[in-house]
Design a protein around this ligand. Structure first.
Ligand SMILES: *Cc1c(COP(=O)(O)O)cnc(C)c1O
Length: 360
């Protein structure tokens, strides 16, 4: 069986070069005589791996001094709780509802503080990003939370909101490292790794140091305090060692390609090719308004459930897998993260054109 083009939303494809490198080091890593999974997380070899991964991640996103990078567990879903537990002082936060993940973040935050949903795009099945202005963000709140890229609906924020001086928190699970960002505009960024970084099991948090507090309510679990992990450089307890190692290989791979600016160019080119075809096709259409289209997740439909099903089944035979849309949206979705080669996007378009001809 040959490798396929995997358009899954997450866990998603990884760069083949990274998988080969891991394969080459599988039995014996460096001079250690063992696999990375077998190492103590406090060994010299492993400290080298985690420290280099952090340094490369910082270089990729040009993370300024004054920010900590944390390698955590529990996925972005655990951050939905950790953020309000760690950041709440006034007991109130502003959230923007742009899809299922925002809703989950809101639902979880409500357990710990009063949530003000300042805007929502639910009225049009989350096919756009609502307009925001600073007057929506009353200063009596602890932070503003957005979901920068909405994995399920295929939208992304084309701008950063003016938060009226409040700390900005973003869930970047499905877009981190896909385009250049100015980290200094954020107080906290979190991302599960399994979309655009590496394997499931590690979650990255970038947090401005003044947001790391000691004086938290007694109920906050030790493991969910940012301070616990910041003080111990993500080695308070056993971190997800192998997932961090593979993520580190991905970081090196991205640096070798020219870093995030180079990835952004490639990603914009891949996305444009696909959207251009969707916009000219007589059969397929994109579901998101133009200015809000994600360059990572591209949902599209034929308008017929039968044709959608035939398309997905045929694609699978052509080695293009996991194109089924999320169960809450239907249709198709192509996730084209950093690791999806341009050739994969081209193969998808070629198959779509052939399918369109056959189904005129
Ligand atoms: C996948 C995803 C999540 C959930 O991530 P887990 O790591 O499974 O908890 C949250 N937010 C966004 C934007 C996602 O894409």
């Amino acid at each position: 069986m040959e490798r396929v083009y995997n358009f899954a939303a997450g866990p998603a494809c990884l760069p083949e070069e990274v998988l080969k490198k891991a394969q080459a080091e599988f039995l014996v890593y460096g001079e250690s005589g063992m696999n990375v999974m077998e190492m103590s997380h406090r060994s010299k070899d492993y400290l080298g791996i985690i420290q280099e991964a952090e340094a490369d991640f910082r270089a990729l996103l040009k993370i300024p001094a004054g920010y900590k990078v944390l390698f955590l567990q529990g996925g972005a879903s655990t951050q939905f709780a950790a953020v309000p537990m760690n950041l709440s002082q006034k007991g109130k936060a502003h959230y923007v509802n742009t899809g299922n993940w925002s809703k989950k973040a809101i639902g979880e935050a409500k357990k710990y503080l009063s949530v003000n949903v300042v805007a929502s795009s639910e009225d049009k099945t989350f096919s756009y990003i609502p307009a925001l202005d600073s007057s929506m963000f009353a200063p009596d709140a602890d932070y503003v939370h957005i979901t920068s890229n909405n994995t399920i609906y295929g939208t992304r924020f084309p701008y950063l909101p003016d938060t009226n001086g409040l700390p900005l928190v973003s869930d970047m699970s499905s877009c981190i490292l896909s385009e250049v960002i100015d980290v200094s505009k954020f107080a906290l960024i979190y991302a599960g790794a399994q979309k655009n970084i590496g394997p499931a099991g590690v979650t990255l948090v970038i947090i401005r140091e003044d947001m790391i507090r000691e004086d938290l309510p007694a109920f906050v679990p030790t493991m969910l305090k940012y301070k616990t992990h910041a003080d111990e450089n993500s080695l308070y307890n056993t971190p997800p060692t192998y997932a961090i190692y593979i993520s580190g290989l991905v970081f090196k791979h991205l640096l070798s390609l020219g870093g995030v600016p180079a990835m952004q160019k490639i990603n914009e080119r891949k996305a444009k090719k696909l959207y251009d075809y969707l916009d000219e096709s007589q059969l397929f259409s994109a579901t998101v308004q133009k200015e809000f289209r994600s360059i990572m997740n591209v949902p599209f439909v034929t308008g017929s459930e039968e044709l959608d099903a035939a398309f997905i089944a045929g694609a699978k035979k052509a080695g293009l897998v996991n194109l089924k849309g999320h169960r809450s949206v239907g249709g198709m979705r192509a996730s084209i993260y950093n690791a999806m080669p341009e050739a994969g996007v081209q193969a998808l378009i070629t198959y779509m054109k052939a399918f369109e001809l056959d189904n005129k």
